[in-house]
Design a protein around this ligand. Structure first.
Ligand SMILES: O=C(O)[C@@H](O)C(=O)CO
Ligand SMILES: [Mg+2]
Length: 256
């Protein structure tokens, strides 16, 4: 049965980051994602996660400028040195937090040179960190304008060209629906290389509804295909996080 992680960058934001782990554990989550854990010392985060009994499932590699800027640069020609330095940083943090996955973002770029840059950077990263699990996540252009990685065909090509056992896909249902409009067909295409799944309500990206389309279909497909990874809840709560958590028990009923 897939386990459910709270994305602590988007959930429990009523609380300081270090208090979010305990709140997520009390609410019934079994793990945590943090998009950018670079503002708080790793040992402090690791202690808070351990005290709450929550493994950290996913972090993102550092963005050059999270506050309004591009959120990554693995596909940006000319920034390869910066990519390597920052990847080393994400590795140190991932090791301190024992994060299961590192999500590497492509950043704003276009064209064949960007594709080659992404392949080269990710191939280097996968070889540099054979024990780390790396993911790439196609993002809808509406959410991330200008991002290089906005379709699953390109993601599959990149993963296939590199052929590293520690590189795979992060399927975020919000992006998958925005990009393809057909979550079931998208899952069929990418299931074999998917290492991590994220869910949210559709189309508003608020609380997920496990018993209604499109999430009900995705959950059925995950169970049918024997998906053994985590499901991360990455959404914007309608009111407080706690007030909207009724979906969590209902989801367990569906995937049990
Ligand atoms: O879907 C998203 O926005 C995230 O998973 C992410 O990593 C981009 O910041
Ligand atoms: Mg996501």
């Amino acid at each position: 049965m897939p386990r459910i992680a709270a994305n602590l960058t988007t959930l429990f934001t009523e609380l300081p980051m270090l208090d979010r782990f305990a709140a997520a554990a009390d609410a019934g989550f079994e793990g945590a994602e943090i998009l950018f854990p670079y503002d708080i010392a790793g040992p402090q985060l690791a202690r808070a996660a351990a005290a709450a009994g929550l493994p950290i499932v996913l972090i993102n590699a550092p963005p050059p400028n999270w506050a309004g800027g591009p959120r990554g640069f693995a596909a940006v020609p000319g920034l390869e040195d910066r990519f390597r330095r920052d990847f080393e940083r994400s590795l140190r943090v991932a090791e301190a937090l024992r994060s299961r996955h590192i999500h590497v973002m492509a950043g704003r770029a276009e064209g064949p040179e960007a594709l080659d840059t992404l392949v080269r950077n990710l191939a280097w990263a996968a070889e540099r960190a054979p024990h780390a699990s790396l993911t790439i996540e196609p993002a809808s252009p509406r959410s991330m304008p200008g991002s290089f990685l906005t379709d699953y065909g390109t993601a599959l090509e990149v993963i296939g060209r590199i052929g590293a056992p520690n590189l795979g896909l992060q399927l975020d249902m919000h992006h998958a629906l925005s990009i393809t409009g057909d979550l079931a067909a998208c899952w069929d295409d990418v299931a074999a290389v998917t290492r991590h799944v994220q869910i949210a309500g559709w189309p508003a990206r608020t609380e997920p509804d496990p018993q209604a389309a499109p999430l009900a279909g995705l959950l059925a497909a995950l169970v049918a295909s024997g998906y053994r990874g985590w499901i991360g809840a990455e959404y914007d709560p309608t009111r407080t996080t706690q007030a909207g958590l009724g979906w969590l028990d209902r989801l367990r009923g569906v995937v049990a």
